[in-house]
Design a protein around this ligand. Structure first.
Ligand SMILES: Nc1ncnc2c1ncn2[C@@H]1O[C@H](COP(=O)(O)OP(=O)(O)OP(=O)(O)O)[C@@H](O)[C@H]1O
Ligand SMILES: [Mg+2]
Length: 248
């Protein structure tokens, strides 16, 4: 299958700190790709470079057959690449419905159309009951779903999800997994997700990339990644293997 996203030799420096070092990978159309690694590994920075939030120091990025290196975030969104932020800040005094409409307005100027599209997404994301509430008053799980719904409202071909399961309880994680599966299969959206919740990333992903100190240290099937000694040493050891041994 054709790659929808190609990242070629991307390096991102913050002053003297190299957050991403010569990162090269591609994502196939229809793939569900996981991105894991320790805190500070450079995962969110990579998403920010892809989404045009940060300019890259060097390297090139292609999406859906076009170069998108250093485009502005709205230009990248318009081409069909949407993202959620790790820390979702609801836009001002917006209700859940209005917040999702902000996503819809990327593709339409009609308030009525935006409202009806946002309404459909509300239902899809199981947010209808919260429609008129302030986003800031929702529990974490609801806020994460609003963030995803707003990104979905831009009608993306590909979605970058940054820690949408962080802070959720086990039941909410199950629900989140079902939602991501639905977005991927039913809506046909290619998904790349950053996650520290290993149950989610290992169950959902076709393939997993591991970042450590700005470098890709492994790439493979979830089963391969779980057994990779370098990955266990750099990251999984503490988080996953021990918990499995505990029977969790
Ligand atoms: N805007 C910025 N300015 C300066 N340094 C930054 C900036 N954003 C990130 N960094 C640094 O880049 C490195 C990578 O950070 P990043 O947020 O990408 O890590 P991460 O893998 O997403 O970590 P986490 O799992 O904790 O979210 C860190 O050392 C971080 O302090
Ligand atoms: Mg991060």
């Amino acid at each position: 299958m054709n790659p929808i996203l190609q990242v070629q030799g991307v390096t991102k420096d913050f002053g003297g700190l190299r957050a991403n070092n010569n990162i090269t990978f591609s994502v196939k159309k229809g793939e569900l790709l996981g991105l894991i690694g320790p805190n500070g590994a450079g995962k969110s920075t990579l998403f920010n470079c892809i989404a045009g939030v940060y300019p890259v120091t060097s390297g090139r990025i292609y999406f859906d057959g076009r170069e998108i290196t250093n485009l502005k975030p709205y230009q990248v969104s318009r081409l069909g690449l949407a993202r959620t932020f790790q820390i979702f800040v609801a836009s001002g005094d917006l209700t859940v419905l209005e917040n999702i409409m902000v996503g819809s307005f990327l593709r339409t100027r009609s308030r009525r159309k935006a409202q009806s599209e946002a309404g459909e997404i509300l239902e899809f994301m199981e947010l209808k009951a919260y429609s008129d509430q302030w986003v800031s008053e929702l529990p974490v799980a609801g806020q994460k779903r609003v963030a995803m719904a707003t990104a979905l409202a831009t009608k993306p071909k590909m979605l970058l999800l940054d820690e949408v399961a962080a802070g959720l309880n086990p039941t909410e994680i199950e629900q989140m997994m079902s939602l991501i599966r639905l977005i991927h299969y039913d809506k046909g959206v290619t998904v790349m997700l950053i996650e520290h919740v290993m149950e989610l990333v290992m169950n959902l992903s076709h393939r997993v990339i591991v970042l450590d100190s700005g470098n890709i240290i492994a790439e493979g099937l979830p089963e391969e990644i779980k057994k990779n000694p370098e990955v266990i040493k750099a990251y999984l050891g503490a988080r996953y293997v021990e918990r499995q041994q505990e029977g969790g």
